[in-house]
Ligand binder design. Structure first.
Ligand SMILES: Cc1ncc(COP(=O)(O)O)c(C=O)c1O
Length: 482
């Protein structure tokens, strides 16, 4: 590979272009940014290549290190600036940076083949489409393919689901009333159905805890959904789209048995089943590539859908969205139906392949499982100690801690959650929170799940640091809000 040598600017000039921000630059930026920024810290650089820590700059110019359990929107599976991923980007960039959507590159061919091989159940050997915007566009791709193959244009979606922020996927997602100041497009294309939320079961089963359903439950909630699928929706459905474990909505797993029934009814009613595994792919939930594969291998049930979408970690930290469809769907996209200018980035495809190889070679899925178990075990112990920890849900490093006023009432403790998120950086941690569920009058009904989803490369020492700080932040936040 040739070294990249700039021809017009000096290396120093180029380096200064994107580094070394000062107070004035930040104040000036504030005037020009159309986006409101709520985070007071400026993220500067990886503590070291491939680290879970990042260096940040506060308003006074002080630099400190933070362990990021949000993996920057759950995308940095391998941590900040991973050296192998960056080398892959550099290597690819020295050959090609951009091509038109319908032009084949070696990286695209290899990645499509690899993904077709990685996916579980009836998706195996399937067909793959890419984009460089992420999960929203991948989900729209799934919806387009379902529409082409079924000639219907109505979709079943779920309470608390999140599928993107485009004008179509925003509609598919749980509306955030009062906060979003515009209406998304096409509400008549969706029927929103209740999602199984075992901790807050509407049929009053009380033992739905730690991500498991009450042993006595008869999945009454599924019967409601079944009615919609069997004709109670306003139109024939092209597809049903859901996250098998809801992420933004609050780390809520649909019981595997529920997914099995859903698959069965969708097959009978000729409705395409679409899993949005944007968050749960890329070994985030442990030693399997997806949560569907986890159920297949550990529970011996095949709940694999007709289509599945990925983003977040799939690009190794570079922007990539993926749609994979079962080979049983014979239809493909024409060039007009699926494309955007930048959606065939050879860089993101090369970094994706490299990240997958690193994870496989270092068995990072196993590490994710081990670290996840360690963190979850300790959080469950904390649950016994603190009245405000209502539920702890995993698997792997896909962890959500639901905070409540008390275990009996289960009243969501949103103020405590928000306080913890604010305090965390002071203690060297970034923590994430669930999306708000807001009533039509603008009341926040709940935003009470703290998320712990660090890069899957974390060590025992990192896990101890997260746990020690989590408890400290919880105690301090409790003092502030009580
Ligand atoms: C489950 C799920 N689907 C889709 C998306 C949308 O992905 P993107 O923001 O890349 O469009 C997200 C993003 O958070 C997500 O969590």
């Amino acid at each position: 590979m040739k070294e990249i040598e700039p021809k017009v600017l000096s290396k120093d000039e180029i380096e200064r272009i994107s580094s070394g921000v000062n107070e004035e630059d930040i104040l000036e930026f504030d005037k020009h940014s159309l986006n409101v920024f709520v985070e007071p810290l400026t993220v500067i650089e990886a503590k070291e290549p491939g680290s879970a820590y990042v260096k940040v700059r506060d308003k006074d110019g002080n630099i400190k290190e933070i362990l990021d359990t949000t993996s920057m929107n759950w995308a940095l599976t391998l941590g900040f600036a991973h050296p192998d991923v960056n080398y892959a980007a550099y290597q690819q960039m020295s050959r090609l940076t951009h091509v038109r959507y319908n032009v084949l590159t070696p990286a695209r061919a290899k990645l499509a083949n690899k993904i077709a091989d990685l996916v579980p159940g009836k998706l195996k050997g399937g067909r793959v489409a890419f984009n460089n915007e992420g999960g929203g566009i991948a989900n729209e791709g799934a919806m387009k393919l379902a529409m082409i193959a079924s000639k219907a244009d109505h979709f079943g979606v779920f309470w608390g689901g999140y599928h993107g922020s485009s004008l179509a996927t925003g509609t598919a997602s749980q509306p955030i009333h009062g906060v979003t100041r515009f209406n998304n497009f096409g509400y008549d294309h969706y029927t929103r159905m209740p999602y199984p939320y075992c901790y807050r079961c509407m049929w009053n089963y009380t033992e739905g805890i730690n991500g498991k359903k009450d042993p006595g439950c008869n999945l009454e909630c599924f019967k409601v959904v079944e009615n919609y699928l069997r004709g109670m929706a306003p139109k024939k459905m092209a597809g049903v789209m859901l996250e098998p474990i809801q992420g933004a909505g609050g780390h809520i797993p649909a019981p595997p048995e529920y997914l099995r029934k859903l698959k069965e009814v969708c097959e009978q009613e000729k409705i395409f089943l679409i899993y949005d595994e944007c968050q749960t792919c890329m070994w985030r939930t442990g030693k399997y590539f997806t949560v569907t594969e986890l159920y297949e291998k550990e529970l011996n049930i095949d709940v694999s859908p007709d289509m599945m979408t990925f983003t977040k970690g799939i690009g190794g930290g570079f922007p990539l969205g993926v749609l994979v469809a079962t080979p049983k769907i014979k239809k493909r996209f024409t060039p007009t139906e699926e494309h955007t200018t930048f959606s065939s980035s050879p860089i993101a495809m090369a970094t994706s392949l490299t990240a997958i190889s690193v994870i496989e070679k270092q068995k990072l899925g196993e590490n994710c499982e081990k670290m996840g178990q360690k963190i979850t075990k300790r959080l469950l112990e904390m649950k016994e100690k603190y009245e405000v920890i209502g539920d702890v849900r995993c698997p792997g490093l896909f962890i959500g801690v639901e905070l409540v006023m008390d275990k009996n009432s289960k009243e969501p403790f949103t103020a405590l959650t928000e306080e913890m998120i604010l305090l965390a950086p002071e203690h060297g941690l970034y923590l994430g929170e669930s999306m708000p569920i807001v009533s039509g009058t603008g009341q926040i009904r709940r935003r009470n799940v703290v998320k712990v989803k660090p890069p899957i490369i974390i060590t025992e020492e990192d896990a101890d640091f997260i746990l020690e700080k989590f408890e400290l932040i919880l105690k301090e936040a409790l003092k502030k809000v009580s």
